[in-house]
Design a protein around this ligand. Sequence first.
Ligand code: NDP
Ligand code: GDR
Length: 344
Amino acid sequence: MKKALITGITGQDGSYLAELLLEKDYEVHGIVRRHSTSCTDRIDHLLNDKSNEDRLFLHYGDLTDSSNLHRLITEIKPDEVYNLAAQSHVAVSFEVPEYTAEATGVGTVKLLEAIRQSGLPIKFYQASTSELFGGIPGTAPQSEKTPFYPKSPYGAAKLYSFWITKNYRESYEMFACNGILFNHESPRRGENFVTRKITLAVGKIMAGKQEKLSLGNLDAKRDWGFAGDYVEGMWLMLQQDKPDDYVLATNETHTVREFVELAFKEVDVDIEWRGTGVDEKGYCKKTGKLLVDVDPQYFRPAEVKLLWGDSNKAETALGWRRKTSFRDLVKMMVRSDLKIAGIK
Ligand code: NDP
Ligand code: GDR
């Protein structure tokens, strides 16, 4: 039985990856931070499943605590380590830049050092990101060959993690891979990322629990896929003969505005846009009710305008391809949030 250690197991991707690895008969270990309330909502279904009793284990820890990482690596002796833990919110990284550097950047080298010093033949996956590209005009679609230009403290911290992962691979012949993943979403997406914020609002507005949805930049373009598809790509990277870096993306891009339109369309509401910039507003075409407006508090000090991936390399080398379409992703998220809002 193979053993995997997942940092960030309580997050969106951690939960889908844990599911996948348990299905593949791995013994799965996860690092969790101490919270004043429970933080295991996304994996409670796995923890409550009796068949996982002797193959799913949680350990307290933190990427900023290297002594803890050393102890866990030497005690667990995993075959594979997936480093998914991070302060992962781009806008929040402007508010907590130092902490983001510590957890999202330096945390990676702490984990790599723990692995290196253990002397164990551990395969390592680093959760790298399309935020490394920064959406510089003329560079899309972005592939492994596109130059990096991060535009946030988060992106800069992930840039360090990308290079230190590559550096440990080249310096110490470690099996270390970067998955450069474009945005991936799901009903388990954190509530303050734009897709989930939109689908939650659709559910609450339909249930009469929210008046309208306030957003930032409606023109931002993202390459949005389904998280469940992407964790399969992470696993595939560690099953190859040689370590390498790969982009995972849908090869499509859509604006935030399009996501809003499609999400409301799922509940038979057509949006009519009026005005521009901060004065842009979205109304229900049929009733004229205001449903969406723009609030400058959601603008970022620097914005990545266009992310559009090219996952050709992963498709050819790993045989990976996204399975879920953009439309099906929006539908899946809206349906789940309608249920949460009390509507079937
Ligand atoms: P989430 O924000 O949902 O999950 C982040 C996880 O990291 C949580 O389990 C969180 O724990 C944990 N964490 C945060 N800080 C620390 C720390 N200091 N020590 C230990 N654990 C910590 O992110 P996603 O699941 O969406 O993303 C997974 C990874 O992939 C992240 O590194 C993200 O930056 C990266 N990524 C994500 C993409 C996406 O579109 N989702 C795209 C590209 C990269 P807690 O529950 O305690 O908060
Ligand atoms: P992103 O995701 O920054 O791409 O990072 P997010 O959903 O936060 O933003 C996507 C785009 O939507 C615009 N936007 C808003 N964003 C938020 N959060 N809230 C709003 O109200 C809003 N209105 C418009 C943003 O400006 C942005 O352009 C995600 C994270 O998962 C990272 O960890 C990961 O590395 C990247 O995706 C790839």
